[in-house]
Design a protein around this ligand. Structure first.
Ligand SMILES: NC(=O)c1ccc[n+]([C@@H]2O[C@H](COP(=O)([O-])OP(=O)(O)OC[C@H]3O[C@@H](n4cnc5c(N)ncnc54)[C@H](OP(=O)(O)O)[C@@H]3O)[C@@H](O)[C@H]2O)c1
Length: 317
């Protein structure tokens, strides 16, 4: 597994991170037992993944705690989050949540503590009223680094993260990015690189890129909205193998494979989260992260085809 330095945190992290939320929640939505979900976590760790992202809202912190029992805690980078939607966070509720997360994870420190799904309208309050409580927890040794995740489904162009970068208070940002919606390149990554801010990616695959039929639905809708030029989906030769996504599948064994590698090799990206509740998918995704970059020609074509798209996250058409 390739590793990198997570920006200003100086933490060494695997390029693939295990996401314990999303639709799969380590198999909680597929009726895996706790023991089977914990096995999935250990399987990822045994193959070189050392970055795990969870949240108080996912119901998976205790499974990760179970998976880590008897393991070297210092070999793992744990990221978890405090919910900020549908509740008014206060310094007291933050403290209670953090202590609960520590208990569930079976640890006395969290490497990266994030405010979860922050919408632009809540950002100022969270900075003014909650950031000092986060700093206090850092001083107590309960948290090492501070992060934010965005609400990509409501903030397709990352306005909250642009504000966060301007304030420069956060060590790591969790960003929605995939080959359909590449707006983070200009709106987040360019500035994050300049400030050496760590970047973890969510939504690399989601619904749109998990299966060619889903992808077709999304591209049809984007053509309909005028965000993709249908001519760009074909090459001038008109050969069917040159059409999208066939050209992609001629150099990648599957769409998820191409989608993860596309995100992995984007400048400024450190960790790409992969969310799954399926051991075969986990193995396939581990193999994807070991594959070489997509060719420059393919990357250029993907950047060109989706250059105007700013209306989807890849979750809902
Ligand atoms: N606002 C936030 O803070 C926020 C929001 C969303 C997600 N997240 C974080 O980001 C992580 C990644 O989330 P994501 O859902 O965007 O992950 P993702 O890796 O982009 O997509 C995961 C989806 O793709 C499927 N999948 C994965 N590998 C596959 C494969 N090889 N073949 C076919 N299908 C495959 C999974 O289903 P199977 O279970 O069937 O494999 C799952 O439904 C989450 O776990 C969470 O930690 C944070």
């Amino acid at each position: 597994m390739q590793t990198t330095i997570l920006g200003r945190t100086n933490l060494t992290v695997s390029r693939m991170g295990l996401g314990a939320g999303g639709h799969s929640r380590l198999g909680r939505n597929a009726d895996l037992t706790d023991a089977q979900s914990a096995d999935l976590v250990r399987r990822a760790l045994d193959h070189g993944v050392n970055f795990i992202d969870t949240a108080e809202g996912y119901g998976t912190e205790a499974i990760i705690g179970q998976a880590l029992q008897g393991r070297d805690r210092t070999a793992v980078v744990l990221s978890t989050k405090k919910s900020t939607r549908n509740e008014q966070v206060t310094p007291d509720t933050l403290q209670t949540s953090l202590d609960q997360s520590l208990k569930h994870l079976g640890t006395d420190y969290i490497d990266l503590y994030n405010l979860h799904g922050v919408v632009p309208q809540d950002y100022a309050y969270l900075v003014n009223d909650i950031y000092p409580a986060l700093q206090k927890a850092q001083q107590q040794g309960k948290i090492r680094f501070l992060g934010l995740s965005e609400m990509f489904n409501e903030d397709f162009e990352h306005t909250m993260l642009q504000q966060a970068l301007a304030d420069d208070l956060w060590d790591v940002l969790m960003v929605g990015f995939n080959l359909l919606n590449q707006t983070a390149r200009a709106n987040v990554f360019a500035q994050a690189i300049a400030q050496n801010v760590g970047i973890q990616i969510m939504f690399a695959v989601r619904k749109a890129l998990s299966h060619p039929d889903n992808l077709r639905e999304f591209t049809d809708a984007l053509v309909e909205k005028g965000q993709i030029d249908p001519a760009d989906l074909r090459l001038s030769s008109g050969r069917s193998l040159d059409a999208f996504p066939d050209f992609l599948l001629s150099e990648a064994p599957s769409l998820p494979d191409a989608a993860y590698r596309f995100c992995r090799d984007e400048p400024g990206v450190h960790v790409v989260l992969s969310g799954t509740g399926n051991a075969d998918h986990l193995d396939a995704n581990l193999a994807s992260f070991a594959r070489p970059p997509l060719t420059q020609e393919t990357r250029n074509r993907l950047v060109h085809i989706f250059r105007r798209v700013n209306s989807t996250t890849g979750q809902a058409v």
